[in-house]
Design a protein around this ligand. Sequence first.
Ligand SMILES: O=C(CO)COP(=O)(O)O
Length: 253
Amino acid sequence: MRKQIAAANWKMNLTIKQGEALLDAIIAQPHSLGADQQVVFAVPFPYLAMAQQKVEGKNNVFIAAQNCYSKKSGAYTGETSVEMLQSIGISVVVLGHSERREYFNESNQLLADKVNICLEYNITPIFCCGEPLDIREAGTQNEFVAKQLEESLFHLSAEQLQKVVIAYEPIWAIGTGKTATSAQAQEMHAHLRAVLAKQYGEEVAANTSILYGGSVKAGNAKEIFSQPDVDGGLVGGASLIADEFVTIINSLK
Ligand SMILES: O=C(CO)COP(=O)(O)O
């Protein structure tokens, strides 16, 4: 069975004190995570070690980096390798967030390289995809998002692909308060699963977790997560508020 995942993306927010307090408040809540449910916190780099220590020994709770570099090591000032992440116990990395694609020019090819190095080090990539507003308005979002998957993931073997989590985040819904309707989310998720099935077969497609991201909050999480092809969410703003994110975790199916 594919995993149902509530993933927090703190982006570039919070001081370490605020981050610690937020994690403490969320972890203190009694969650009864099922074997197929996971919680992920993608925190800023300087907080990874602190966060990792806090969740040590907690079942199905993981700390993620928000990015990594595509090279193993070397003279790449300011970058972070997957080996470094692995060496502090990190096993999940968010890749290809639309903010990184837009502000840091991350291309599908660069992301293919980043996916490769993550898998080489047994790190789970949460691979983000999603269309901007003009593509949605032109009605070509299905082709646009399929291409992101094809160019960054479809060189992988079926065995490798099964280690990747996909997050569909329509750019027009990120931080705008404008959520895709649950029907829009389901439609795209079903499309992505069909694209995966065509390339890798039904079983691989059925086993791949596809998260929805874009203005998920306590008030809409249950409705969105209840869609058959939506396997949880990647949450920005609402993940910075303990009560909101706890409700989102409890909305996993
Ligand atoms: O980009 C997102 C998560 O990665 C979504 O952000 P918001 O939940 O703030 O819309």
